[in-house]
Design a protein around this ligand. Structure first.
Ligand code: APR
Length: 192
């Protein structure tokens, strides 16, 4: 079963296919590197579309960002108000703390969302491109981390994963569907 939207309490976790630089959310998340030096993939696309002001702000305010954390800038010409530059891990086979570092990168971006007062936030599939994290494993961590945040104390109302390719979108929708099915199979306590 492919699922593209999930209600989490009064909030929504959604999947969309497209280019995150064109996505209208209060904050969009970048898949950056720890030098905050720009690069290819979604990082390159965000700096190209947002203009040089984003890199200028990064250079002025930060000297880097450890893997598993995130920093915020304005969004230049993008339709968003902020870009949160989150640094996911390079995939090294799974035994180098990748799971925790990837979850931590998402949590750092979500925390920045709350600190800045964002009600909507959009994520790419952090680490699942140039950094080589297998998509399904990355999607499982990404979706559960964002979902846990939406289920807790947050002012975020909607989190959207904007997946660039049809394959990434379909794989993420399958992973989201699998978690829904797994939970539906858990017996619930029925009130007398
Ligand atoms: N919108 C949404 N998603 C995009 C876009 C876009 N415009 N462009 C690429 N993607 C997707 C990729 O297809 C992939 O699924 O984003 C996902 C993350 O891929 P990367 O951008 O390669 O990010 P990551 O794997 O985290 O590697 C980070 O790449 O460009 C460098 O500076 C960056 O060194 C860092 C590294």
């Amino acid at each position: 079963m492919a699922v593209t939207e999930l209600r989490v309490g009064g909030r929504v976790l959604a999947l969309a296919q497209g280019d995150i630089t064109a996505f209208a959310a209060d904050a969009i998340v970048n898949a950056a590197n720890s030098a905050l030096a720009g690069g290819g993939g979604v990082d390159g696309a965000i700096h190209r579309a947002g203009g040089p002001g984003i890199m200028a702000e990064l250079r002025a305010r930060y000297s880097g960002c450890p893997t598993g954390s995130a920093v915020a800038t304005g969004a230049g010409r993008l339709p968003a108000k902020w870009v949160f530059h989150a640094v996911g891990p390079i995939w090294r086979g799974g035994g180098a703390g990748e799971t925790e570092l990837l979850a931590s990168a998402y949590r750092a971006a979500l925390r920045l969302g709350d600190e800045h007062g964002a009600r909507t936030i959009a994520f790419p599939a952090i680490s699942a491109g140039i950094y080589g994290y297998p998509l399904r494993e990355a999607a499982t961590i990404a979706l559960s981390t964002v979902r846990d945040h939406l289920a807790g104390e947050t002012i975020l109302e909607r989190a959207t994963f904007v997946l660039f390719s049809a394959d990434t979108f379909a794989g993420s929708a399958e992973v989201l569907g699998a978690t829904v099915i797994a939970e539906a199979g858990v017996p619930r306590r029925v009130r007398p």
